[in-house]
Ligand binder design. Structure first.
Ligand SMILES: [Zn+2]
Length: 465
C-alpha cells in the first residue's frame, strides 16, 4: 500500500507505527458557519482513507478536532448577539448534520479546543522550559529559530521566509516567523487562566495537543487541505517535535482545491456554496460520489453538469444493485453452476482492480471504474436463470467495494412490492372505468422508478429493471 507523503514529496509504502493499527489525525473545521464544499472535501476523502484501512483489517483511531474558540467565532457571536459557546455549539450540530448526510463515519474522538486548554498550557510550559518559546508581556511565542527543522514540510527556507515577511508586524516578536502560542485576554472575549495571565491559546497549538492526547507522540497519518501545509501544519510539527522530542507524523496527506466552474471558489466571485445550499438541488450522496470521482490530491472542478453526471453514474450503480436483489428473490436455482464457478474468477478481478487503485495512494477515480466494471459484468452475467448462490456472491462483492467508497445501495426511493401491487390494482380499476389517462399515468410513474408492468395471460406482472 503506497501513499503520497507531503513531507518527502514521494509515494511511500505504508508501514504503521504499531503493527495492525492506524492513528489518523484530521484538522477539523472552525465552527462559525455551515461547511462549504471546500470543507466537505477533506471530510469525504479522508473518510474513504479510513474506510479503506478498515477494509484492509487495520484498527483505525481517527481524531478530528473542532476549533471552537477563534476570532471568527467571536465576531459571529457579536453579530448574532450570542455567546461564542452558543455559536460554536450551534455550528458543531450543523456540521454533524451535514457530515452524517455525507455518510462520514463518526470520528473515534472529536475533541473541542475549549475543553483542552489546560493541556495546551502544559505544552506551552514544556516549550518554555526547553527554550523553544518565550514570553513577552503575557504573550507567548514559539521561537522558530530554535527549531532547526522549521520549514521541512512546506519546503520553505526560514531565511527566505524572514526576508519575504514585512518588518515586524508584532514588535514583541524576536523573529518575524515566530507565532503565537498564548495571547492575553481582551475585554469581552473568552479566556482561561495561565501562568502568563488570563488569555487564550493560539490556533496551531490545539492540534499538537489533541494529537498527543488521543494518539500519542508519533502518529501515522496527519491529514488536511493543501491550504493548511503552511503555516498551520509546519507549526504543528515545530510545536510537537520540539515539545515531545520525537517525530510527529510519519505521513502527511493533503487534499487538493475545489474550483467552481473552473474558477477559484471565493465569496467575492459569488461562487461560494455551502453543502446545505447544494442539497437543495442534489442529495448528499451525490456530493460525496462527485468528490470521489477525482483523485484526492488533484484539483476538482465543481459544476452543475458534473454533478448531474455524478448523479447519473451513482444511479447506475444503485439500479444495478437493485436488479441483483430482484433476481436473487426470483431465482429458482440454489447452487452454483459450472459456468458460474468460472465467472467467479472474473468477479475476483474487479476486486483486485479496485484494491490496486486504492493501494496506489487511494485512487478513488480508478476504484470507482472497477465498481462500474463489476456492474457491467452483473448486468450481462446475472439473469433470471442464475443461481441464488452466484447472485449472492456478486451482490456481496459489490456491497464490499461500495462500503469503502461509501455508496449507499439502499436508496430511500425504494418502492416495496406491496406498494407496486396496490398501484397495479388501482390501474386495473382505472382501466375497468375506461380512465386510460390514469392507467397510463400509473404505468409511466412506475416505469420512471424502474418497474415494468406486463399484461400476461396469468394476469398483470411486474419486474424491476
Ligand atoms: Zn490542525
Amino acid at each position: 500500500m503506497k501513499l503520497y507523503n507531503t513531507l518527502t514529496r514521494k509515494k511511500e509504502t505504508f508501514v504503521p507505527v504499531e503493527p495492525g493499527k492506524v492513528k489518523m489525525y484530521v484538522c477539523g473545521p472552525t465552527v462559525y458557519n455551515h461547511i462549504h464544499i471546500g470543507n466537505a472535501r477533506p471530510f469525504i476523502v479522508f473518510d474513504v482513507v479510513r474506510r479503506y484501512f478498515e477494509y484492509k483489517g487495520f484498527d483505525v483511531t481517527y481524531v478530528q478536532n473542532y476549533t471552537d474558540v477563534d476570532d471568527k467565532i467571536i465576531n459571529k457571536a457579536k453579530e448574532e448577539g450570542l455567546t461564542s459557546e452558543a455559536v460554536a455549539e450551534k455550528y458543531i450540530q450543523e456540521v454533524e448534520h451535514d457530515a452524517k448526510g455525507l455518510g462520514i463515519h463518526k470520528a473515534t474522538h472529536t475533541p473541542k479546543a475549549t475543553e483542552e486548554v489546560p493541556h495546551m498550557v502544559d505544552m506551552i510550559q514544556v516549550l518554555l522550559d526547553k527554550k523553544f518559546a518565550y514570553e513577552v508581556g503575557g504573550t507567548v511565542f514559539f521561537a522558530t529559530r530554535n527549531f532547526k527543522e522549521y520549514g521541512k514540510l512546506s519546503k520553505k527556507n526560514p531565511d527566505d521566509l524572514e526576508a519575504g515577511s514585512r518588518v515586524a508586524v508584532d514588535e514583541a516578536k524576536i523573529n518575524p516567523m515566530d507565532f503565537v502560542l498564548w495571547k492575553p485576554k481582551k475585554e469581552g472575549e473568552p479566556s482561561w487562566p495561565s501562568p502568563w495571565g488570563d488569555g487564550r491559546p493560539g490556533w496551531h497549538l490545539e492540534c499538537s495537543v489533541m494529537a498527543k492526547r488521543y494518539l500519542g507522540d508519533t502518529i501515522d497519518i496527519h491529514c488536511g487541505g493543501t491550504d493548511l501545509i503552511f503555516p498551520h501544519h509546519e507549526n504543528e510539527i515545530a510545536q510537537s517535535e520540539a515539545a515531545n522530542g520525537k517525530p510527529f507524523a510519519k505521513y502527511w496527506l493533503h487534499n487538493g482545491f475545489i474550483n467552481v466552474d473552473n474558477k477559484k471558489m471565493s465569496k467575492s466571485l459569488g461562487n461560494f456554496f455551502t453543502v446545505r445550499e447544494i442539497t437543495e438541488e442534489f442529495p448528499y450522496e451525490v456530493i460525496r460520489f462527485f468528490m470521489l470521482s477525482a483523485h484526492y490530491r488533484s484539483p476538482i472542478n465543481f459544476s452543475r453538469e458534473l454533478m448531474e453526471a455524478a448523479s447519473n453514474s451513482l444511479q447506475r450503480i444503485q439500479t444495478g444493485a437493485k436488479n441483483l436483489i430482484y433476481l436473487h428473490e426470483h431465482s429458482a436455482l440454489e447452487s452454483m453452476t459450472e459456468t458460474e464457478n468460472t465467472d467467479l474468477k472474473r468477479l475476483e478481478s474487479f476486486k483486485d482492480k479496485f484494491e490496486k487503485a486504492m493501494d496506489d495512494d487511494f485512487n478513488t477515480a480508478d476504484a470507482v471504474s472497477a465498481i462500474f466494471e463489476l456492474i457491467r459484468f452483473a448486468n450481462t452475467h446475472v439473469t433470471v436463470s442464475s443461481s441464488k448462490a452466484f447472485i449472492q456472491k456478486v451482490s456481496d462483492a459489490l456491497q464490499a467495494l461500495c462500503d469503502v467508497i461509501g455508496i449507499d445501495l439502499e436508496t430511500e426511493e425504494d418502492i416495496l412490492d406491496s406498494d407496486i401491487e396496490a398501484l397495479i390494482q388501482k390501474r386495473q380499476e382505472a382501466r375497468k372505468n375506461k380512465d386510460f389517462a390514469l392507467s397510463d399515468k400509473i404505468r409511466d410513474d412506475l416505469m420512471k422508478k424502474g418497474i415494468i408492468i406486463e399484461d400476461t395471460r396469468e394476469g398483470v406482472k411486474f419486474r424491476r429493471v
